[in-house]
Design a protein around this ligand. Structure first.
Ligand SMILES: NC(=O)c1ccc[n+]([C@@H]2O[C@H](COP(=O)([O-])OP(=O)(O)OC[C@H]3O[C@@H](n4cnc5c(N)ncnc54)[C@H](O)[C@@H]3O)[C@@H](O)[C@H]2O)c1
Length: 427
């Protein structure tokens, strides 16, 4: 039996993949509601089927608990807990440390511990290693095995099946790496070994920094080209026909999600310890965080053209989730837009078919409990403008074109539709 700690967006699909492959999985989480839901065969994540959980519970391959003492029953532990930034935008690895402290007293000799949470190089072989060794009295690489393997979930992408995504793995020692290879080899198709935990940690950061920098690039070009009367979407779609040396990235209202806006700053922080600067990361962060302000400026222009001001207007934000077709609103730029537009004196509301009510968040507590508006002509047409923040497939954009007085489109969702003249503004 193996344990997976943290049954969230990463841990739950991974647990199911192991269970489906015939490995017995014990899910551990500090949230009793998630544990109860798992044991009852109920999903709390939109793109994971309840039936898939129920089936593995029924077969006896998957169960969940809050009891860390059960760590002594397992041969391997995979840690998938959150790694956010604190309010000073510095890494907060306290979830990893707490997990290490909770499990260490129950760690048996010979157990393999793998960290999957995205983090800076050195977390596994310095920070996690320290708490595990102190709490267990065992030595990493001698009494127990230690490894890092970054997670590569692509939420909302139906093509993304955990089993088919190559898995990078780095171990503290060659024996640790071998143990980790064997573990993942039981459930996943392709394992990519690297020379150390730090290399594996750095690989994940490169992947996310690559996205952040390229998204910032198209966001900057969006503004430059818009000033020249050129549509960035048309440009990207043309450029991506090049069969080599180009990969499309798309502009938007700002970065969202648990990874891309956050992870690069884990490296920025760690790099300072080595007297190194991460200028690309800082610049990309600056451009991407300026995007909601650009969208508000476009809203001002659109309202102006109708002799209206933001103050006193009613503005609807379409899409709270940070990306299309998911129910995950973490770090969503829609929150920033809600704040900015409300601050300018408008009445704001949101519509999201996947998020009926805003759940509590640490950063945007003031919006907690706000319900999504209804999707009907009377409601949508009552707003002075609608800003498309997320292009969910479940939304009927022709209805939006028919009903809305004015549309600010940050996702190119209105292309190919028939809106009334002068009602759509790209942003
Ligand atoms: N969501 C993604 O698409 C994605 C993609 C790549 C990498 N990651 C990384 O994976 C990690 C996990 O992300 P996630 O999206 O699954 O987070 P999540 O918030 O969905 O899930 C984390 C789970 O860990 C539990 N938890 C917190 N502290 C705990 C503790 N001390 N002991 C046991 N359980 C605890 C929480 O209750 C929650 O269920 C992060 O480092 C993240 O950066 C996430």
């Amino acid at each position: 039996m193996i344990a997976i700690i943290g049954l969230g967006y990463v841990g739950l699909p991974l647990a199911l993949q192991f269970a489906r492959s015939g490995v017995k999985v014990l899910g551990l989480d500090i949230d009793p509601a998630k544990v109860e839901a798992c044991n009852a065969g109920q999903s709390y994540i939109k793109h994971i089927d309840s039936a898939a959980i129920a089936e593995q519970v029924r077969q006896g391959n998957f169960s969940a608990t809050t009891d860390f003492s059960r760590i002594r029953e397992v041969e391997a532990v995979i840690i998938c807990v959150p790694t956010p930034l604190n309010k000073n935008r510095e890494p907060d690895i306290s979830f990893i440390i707490k997990t290490g402290e909770s499990m260490a007293p129950h760690l048996a000799k010979g157990t393999l511990v793998v960290l999957e949470s995205t983090t800076y190089p050195g977390t596994t072989d310095e920070d996690l290693r320290r708490v595990l060794e102190q709490g267990s009295g065992l030595r990493a690489g001698i009494d127990f095995h230690l490894a890092f393997s970054p997670e590569r979930e692509d939420p909302g992408n139906p093509d993304s099946k955990v089993a088919a995504i190559p898995k990078v793995v780095g171990g503290l020692t060659p024996a640790c790496l071998e143990k980790a290879r064997q573990l993942y080899g039981r459930a996943l198709k392709t394992i990519v070994p690297v020379s150390s935990c730090r290399t594996a940690e750095a690989t994940k950061l490169l992947e996310n920094i690559f996205r952040s920098v390229n998204i910032a690039l198209v966001n900057e070009l969006k503004m430059v080209y818009a000033a020249m009367g050129i549509d960035i979407w048309e440009v990207v779609n043309a450029a991506k026909t090049k069969p080599f040396g180009f990969m499309p990235f798309y502009p938007g209202p700002g970065l969202g999600g648990h990874c891309i806006p956050i992870d690069p700053f884990y490296l920025t922080w760690k790099a300072r310890e080595f007297g190194q600067h991460t200028r690309f990361i800082e610049l990309a962060g600056e451009i991407n965080t300026a995007m909601p302000h650009y969208v508000v400026n476009r809203l001002v222009e659109a309202l102006n053209a109708r002799s209206k001001s933001v103050k006193g207007s009613r503005i609807l934000l379409l899409g709270l989730a940070y990306k299309a077709d998911v129910d995950d609103e973490r770090e969503s730029p829609t929150f920033i837009l809600l704040d900015l537009i409300k601050h300018r004196g408008a009445e704001v509301a949101y519509y999201d078919p996947h998020i009926p009510v805003i759940r509590p968040t640490r950063e945007h507590a003031q919006w907690r409990g706000t319900p999504s508006v209804r999707w009907d002509e009377q409601t949508v047409s009552s707003f002075d403008a609608v800003i498309i923040c997320t292009a969910h497939k479940a939304v009927n954009y022709q209805q939006l074109a028919d009903w809305a007085q004015c549309i600010i489109d940050t996702r190119n969702a209105m292309t190919g539709l028939k809106p009334r003249p002068n009602t759509v503004w790209k942003a």
